[in-house]
Each structure stands twice: as structure tokens, then as C-alpha cells.
Design a protein around this ligand. Structure first.
Ligand code: ADP
Length: 537
């Protein structure tokens, strides 16, 4: 028997119609400079979003044209999130912190036809225009400051919107491309991932499962994670599907501004990379909070950070793991009921893992040499591979794709992990960050975690330094908390009881700050460059 269920397409315009119809009175909040906020209803937002679909028609953007954004997190950005795919076009979120060459590469590679840019960011974008061969228009979203060049290609968002007619959104093919995002390109040029309507809808549903993020109607969600960093982790579309309120921080991501929004806007779920939550902790302490989840991913969440949140505000951090290639939600670290009664210290260790695969995502670990699948015993470590309906099958127009996907269709994540018998994934390291010492490896992540447990340490990153005898040995780069003093000997003495003897770094250097990537992760690449040729004692 076949064909007894409806062949109903899973498309983003379905999410749009749902929020338009069911939650017109729910709220979108935009932080505007000066500590003020602007409130819009989803009803008013939906009306604008339909007219934005009309703008794309008026501008003559191809029916499957790439619509790029160069913007902070905002309600206007959310209009683009739905108007581009709703009208059949492809949303391309540009990372505003990429280097000029990378930005030029991805705009041209994606064949963007129009870029919607915040006025405050035009200064970064406009100088690249001579190189951006296919871009016909730059539409300026006025966020208060910045020069606007006098050029016929520059158009004003609000003027276009006022003149446009509302569009019908009706996509029928769920496999149609809806959006695209490039990896931040830690090695070589960024690689493009194209999401389908179906993958976005399924991913949104997955974010609503209670076993993952449990996004629901009562939530007030603050995506601190940029809308250009792996789709703000899918929170915007999930919020629209659930009818949650959305709070957008705009361009002020300082700890004070983020804390202010969390407190004043009674945020229930906030999401960002670890560096954000390191900064906000002292300010959140003692405040009257409505938070039920602080979602954190992008890099490993230090155990001490999660524990500090549990101790000081009563809520440990909820760790999630994913990649641009995985839409990005692939695993979330909720404590399952069978583990719930464990001692607090054990729970803290579990929370420091990347969690269980989300429903819909299959995970395996594979021996890189024999390609055999490894057991889920919490000990064997191998390359983490994932498969599922919102995991990329390939890269957009890129001959590097075969390196990242197995012949049987799994994504090779480039992460090394163990999986426990309870199905918790524990990321040991990124393959390229492991310290290969005498035929064995040392986890840089684990070492950093232990060093950051020292009360005088603000940040720590460990990199491999070439070594004549051992091939590579670890160098610890440590940032001391303001006003504190720390010596190499103290760091090593602190580590001694905590890690295997041969894991102890050969040297400790004190630095001002760990360099960060365009999405706020520790940039080991920059550290490796800085310490190239470093002589270990
Ligand atoms: P890029 O690869 O350019 O940094 P992504 O944001 O797609 O861009 O990064 C995905 C990678 O980030 C993962 O492969 C993993 O190494 C790392 N990552 C993401 N979440 C976590 C986490 N919770 N713990 C450790 N590493 C993480």
C-alpha cells in the first residue's frame, strides 16, 4: 500500500502563514542604540514581509536569485529571512566579520544579485563593490549611523517597502533551495551550504522538541548568535513556527547590553557562543531572571563556566553542538531522566559534553585509518560523522566536497569524539587542533578546560608546537584575569593532579587576549601563526 498520506510540501512559507494567522499579536523586539527598544507585532511584521516579497519582484531579482544580507540581528533581517525564500529566492546571510577577500569570494561564488545592508555596516561593504560582479543593488536598512554613498545602485529599504505591493508566498517544491550560508573558512576559502525548504522546516520542528531546545509559544527568545552564523542556530524560524516572541540585540553585543535585554525583556531562552556568556555572568548574578535556557555552542563550553552559571544564577548552560553543514542543530545536552539522580559533579561532567543526537540525526564515530565504526563505550574516539534530513549532502559548487562526505552519504565533521553508552557525544577536539605527541594525541580542548578551571585564568587556548622528538608538544596560551598574577609554575602545578603527566604543556605563555574568529571562537590558526617558530624550553 502506498500514497495514503498527503504529499504536503514542507516549505518556509508554511511557517510564515502559520505565524501570520495564529500569532499576529506576539511580539518582535528590536534593541536600538541608546538602550531603547522598538516593538512590532508579528502581524505588522508579516505585512511588511509580504511587501518585501513585492520589492524583490520590483527589483527584478531572478526567480531563484540570491538575496544577500549584511546585517545585525534585527526584525528587518527577519523580514528577509522569510521574504526571500517565501518568494522562491535564496537568502544568503553574509558574515559581516569576514575579511574583504573572503567576502568578495562568497558574494561572487553565490552570485548574489542584491545585498540588503545595515547602514552602520556600509563602510565595510561599499569599498568591495567594484569586485562584486553580479550585485545590481545595495538596499540600505537605516539603523542610525554611517555614511550613505551617492550612487544609483543604493536604494532605501523603507522607501522600497512603501512603494511595493504584498506578494503571495506559495512554494510547492520542498526540495527547492531556500537559503545558504558559508562556513567561516578557518582553512582556505569558505564553503557554501545550501539549505532546502524541507530541511529548514524539519530543523525548526526539531528545535521545538523538549529533548532539544523545547522552543515554544511562551518563550521570549534572544538570539545573540548572529543571524549570519549558521542561521542564528535556527532559532528565528523555530520561534516563528512556535509563535515565540523574538528579541533582537542589534549591533550592541556588549555584556551590559545583552544583560539588560535579558533582564528587562524577560528573556526565557538566550543563545550565543561561550565568549558571550563569559562576559555576562558577573552582570546577571543577583538579577531577577526569567531564563529557562542559556544555549551555548560553536565551541566547547568550559565546565567551569557552566558550573559558575549553575552556582550563581541557578541555571547551568545548555550545550549544543553543530556546524553550518548541520543547519546547525545536531546534538543537545539535556540530562535524560535515567541520569537525573547522579551526583552534581557527575552531572557537571555530562553537561560538559555535546549531548545526545537530536531526533532525526544519526551519529557514528569512525576509526580514521580502518574506517571501521567504533563502539559507544565512552572510551574509543574517532571521527564524528552524522546523517539526517537537515545535514548537508554536499557543498555548493565546490570541488572540495568529496573530502567531507563519505561514499555512503555521511558528513565527515572533522571533529574527533567519543560516544558514551548513554549516547552522549563528547568532542575531544577538532582533528586539526589535536596535539600529536609521540604517536598519541593530546586533546587541546580538555587541557584548555582544565586550565580555565583555575580561578585566576580568564581564557586559555592550547596549540601544538613542532617538536624534534615527539613531533608535537602542547603550548598553553593563558589570559590572566584582570588584577591577578599568575606564573607558569602555578599553572603546571594546578594541572598536575588533573591530567596525565605527558599531557602537561611544555610551556605556558601569558597573552593579552585569545584571538577570536569571525564568529567569536578561539582562533587557533591565529595563535599558531603568532607562535610559529616558537622554541619550547
Ligand atoms: P567553522 O567550521 O567555520 O568554525 P561552524 O560554526 O560551522 O564554522 O563550526 C562548526 C564547528 O564548531 C564544529 O565542527 C565543532 O568543531 C565546533 N563546535 C560547535 N559546537 C561545539 C560544541 N558545543 N563543542 C565543541 N565544539 C563545537
Amino acid at each position: 500500500m502506498q500514497g495514503l498520506m498527503q504529499d504536503y510540501p514542507l516549505t518556509i512559507d508554511g511557517i510564515f502563514r502559520r505565524v501570520e494567522r495564529m500569532y499576529p499579536n506576539k511580539t518582535i523586539v528590536d534593541a536600538v542604540p541608546g538602550g531603547e527598544v522598538r516593538r512590532t507585532s508579528y502581524g505588522a511584521w508579516a505585512e511588511r514581509t509580504r511587501r518585501l516579497g513585492g520589492v524583490l519582484d520590483d527589483l527584478g531579482i531572478s526567480t531563484d536569485g540570491r538575496v544577500a544580507t549584511f546585517a545585525w540581528n534585527s526584525g528587518r533581517h527577519l523580514e528577509l529571512y522569510f521574504a526571500a525564500p517565501g518568494s522562491g529566492r535564496i537568502l544568503h546571510t553574509l558574515n559581516i566579520r569576514l575579511f574583504a577577500e573572503q567576502l568578495t569570494y562568497i558574494v561572487n561564488h553565490a552570485e548574489d544579485e542584491v545585498i540588503f545592508a545595515d547602514r552602520s555596516l556600509l563602510g565595510l561593504l561599499w569599498p568591495l563593490m567594484p569586485e562584486l560582479s553580479g550585485v545590481k543593488h545595495v538596499v540600505v536598512m537605516d539603523d542610525g549611523t554611517g555614511d550613505i554613498p551617492d550612487d544609483p545602485r543604493i536604494l532605501d529599504y523603507e522607501e522600497l517597502l512603501a512603494a511595493a505591493s504584498p506578494a503571495e508566498f506559495r512554494v510547492t517544491d520542498e526540495d527547492r533551495a531556500s537559503s545558504m550560508c558559508y562556513t567561516s573558512g578557518t582553512t582556505g576559502n569558505p564553503k557554501g551550504v545550501v539549505y532546502s525548504h524541507r530541511s529548514v522546516v524539519l530543523h525548526s520542528m526539531a528545535a521545538m522538541f523538549t529533548g532539544t531546545l523545547g522552543v515554544n509559544e511562551a518563550d521570549r527568545i534572544l538570539p545573540v548568535v548572529p543571524m549570519f552564523h549558521a542561521n542564528a542556530w535556527g532559532l528565528c524560524q523555530a520561534a516563528a513556527m512556535a509563535g515565540s516572541d523574538l528579541i533582537f540585540p542589534g549591533r550592541d553585543l556588549s555584556p551590559g547590553a545583552v544583560t539588560d535585554l535579558i533582564v528587562k525583556e524577560k528573556v526565557t531562552l538566550a543563545a550565543g557562543v561561550p565568549t558571550i556568556w563569559m562576559g555576562t555572568l558577573p552582570l546577571l548574578e543577583g538579577q531577577d531572571l526569567s531564563l529557562r535556557a542559556i544555549v551555548c555552542g560553536g565551541s566547547a563550553v568550559p565546565k567551569v563556566l557552566s558550573e559558575a552559571y549553575r552556582e550563581k544564577i541557578g541555571l547551568p548552560i545548555l550545550q549544543a553542538w553543530g556546524m553550518t553543514e548541520t543547519s546547525p542543530l545536531a546534538s543537545v545536552c539535556q540530562i535524560v531522566s535515567t541520569l537525573a539522580g547522579r551526583p552534581e559533579d557527575e552531572l557537571a561532567d555530562i553537561r560538559a559534553t555535546q549531548g545526545q543526537p537530536a531526533p532525526g540525526v544519526e551519529a557514528r564515530i569512525v576509526d580514521p585509518d580502518t574506517l571501521e565504526e567504533l563502539p559507544w563505550d565512552g572510551k574509543a574516539s574517532g571521527e564524528l560523522q552524522v546523517a539526517g534530513p537537515w545535514i548537508a549532502r554536499t557543498y555548493y559548487n565546490d570541488d572540495r566536497a568529496p573530502e567531507s562526505f563519505t561514499p555512503d552519504g555521511w558528513l565527515r565533521t572533522g571533529d574527533v569524539a567519543t560516544i558514551s553508552p548513554d549516547a552522549y557525544i563528547h568532542l575531544v577536539d577538532r582533528t586539526k587542533d589535536l596535539v600529536k605527541s609521540g604517536g598519541e594525541w593530546i586533546s587541546s580542548v580538555e587541557l584548555e578546560n582544565e586550565i580555565m578551571a583555575h580561578p585566576k585564568v580568564a581564557e586559555a587556548a592550547v596549540i601544538a608546537i613542532p617538536h624534534e622528538r615527539w613531533v608535537e608538544r602542547p603550548l598553553a596560551c593563558v589570559v590572566v584575569r584582570p588584577g591577578e598574577q599568575l606564573t607558569k609554575e602555578e599553572v603546571l602545578a594546578f594541572l598536575e593532579p588533573r591530567v596525565a603527566k605527558w599531557w602537561l604543556p611544555d610551556d605556558v605563555v601569558f597573552i593579552e587576549e585569545v584571538p577570536k574568529t569571525s564568529v567569536g571562537k578561539f582562533s587557533k590558526k591565529d595563535l599558531r601563526e603568532r607562535f610559529a617558530g616558537y622554541q619550547l624550553p
